[in-house]
Write a protein that binds this ligand. Sequence first.
Ligand SMILES: Cc1ncc(COP(=O)(O)O)c(C=O)c1O
Length: 457
Amino acid sequence: MAFRTIIEPFRIHSIEPLRLTTEEYRRSAIGETGLNLFGLHAADVIIDLLTDSGTGAMSRDQWAAIQHGDESYAGSPSWYTFLAAVQELFPFRHVIPTHQGRAAEKILFTAIGGPGKVVPNNTHFDTTRANIEYTGAEAVDLPIPEALEPEHLHPFKGNVDLEALERLLAARAPAEVPAVMVTITNNSGGGQPVSLENLRGVRALCDRYGVPLFLDACRFAENAWFIRQREPGQADRSVADIVRETASLADGMTMSAKKDPLANIGGWLAVDDDALAERCRNLLILTEGFPTYGGLAGRDLEAIAQGLKEAVDQDYLAYRVRSTEYLGDALVAAGVPIVQPTGGHAVYLDARALLPHIPPLQYPGQALAVALFVTGGIRGCEIGTVMFGRHPDGSEQPAAMDLVRLAIPRRTYTQSHIDYVIEVCALVAERRAELRGLRIASEPPALRHFTARFEEL
Ligand SMILES: Cc1ncc(COP(=O)(O)O)c(C=O)c1O
């Protein structure tokens, strides 16, 4: 490419207005929620970077595909379109559609989890961990040590610590480990990719110890793009080809179609094992629906099928990963500390490093997230001591890191929106000394980050 600027590979054909508010208005709006960004009316947010899940823009071809939605209860043509699109990239024998990723997790772990069992992962996403623990099993995170050092540059910071995995597998009987999971990209670990070499290493260990390997594959296309860019010998392959090799290393997968498949809702569970598939389909019928639609309408199946084709488009992925990196690079240049290198779907601000005067138990991540909203109407998400600090025994400890995630919805914001985000972050960083710690005024017994109320100290 002769030019430095990687443009959005689309033009805008339908718009959603943004309401521009004043700092005074935003201060009052966040005050009413008890300084909790989940309590805001979304219409009061100017740039919403709370999540990249289900918040992307669908294409003209996806909206057109929706018109082909066939709502037959059993054996709809939309089901066969969906099945073909999934198996084109993930050729597992059985595909079980669900309303979103966590429903696939719930079904899988109801079938294979249970007390006394342990499921390792690079880092479990919170719903994955919760669904495993709900069955009485243990969820263990085994990321490489570099993953816990925000400034450490590593091309595949999502990799599994193979030595730690081998120690775990050697210490437990195979029946105690119903599956090894690998999350690509590693969302809770900073949106960092996993290399093919690491996945092959995990596969070899799974073979040696007779344990199946499952992918939590929500961001499979971004992961494959990173492999193509960063892994020796992969630069000439198509993304679809890398995705197929990734899938071929596993025995099954869970998926949230709200991420890389570019849909607003949906997911699936896929497995090769016939007996496991039958158990899962029986569970599916209890809570999601008949196996040819799961928790979805025919039109959703169509939108996902078309989204999967667009997800592996290389011009789209070059723009997607570069635009996230553009934000990360500009923040580093402005002296705002972030988790490096920039992940695929989000930039993670290091609030603990930016606000050393606010101790972790005064929630620097939450203080920073509130300041970004008040200053510029930007909604991010604290991923730190508010989210992970409270333990089931009631004690509270600082989380490993205090981050604010700025997740980038797909194909939704333009470069000038991102330039605005950069300006707001730089201004908040300049005024960092004015930010104060917070205390929790009230909180629920579990998952407190969604509804806790805070007060400034
Ligand atoms: C890595 C990962 N796994 C699973 C899920 C759960 O997917 P869903 O929100 O569709 O239930 C998410 C959602 O954010 C995720 O990022």
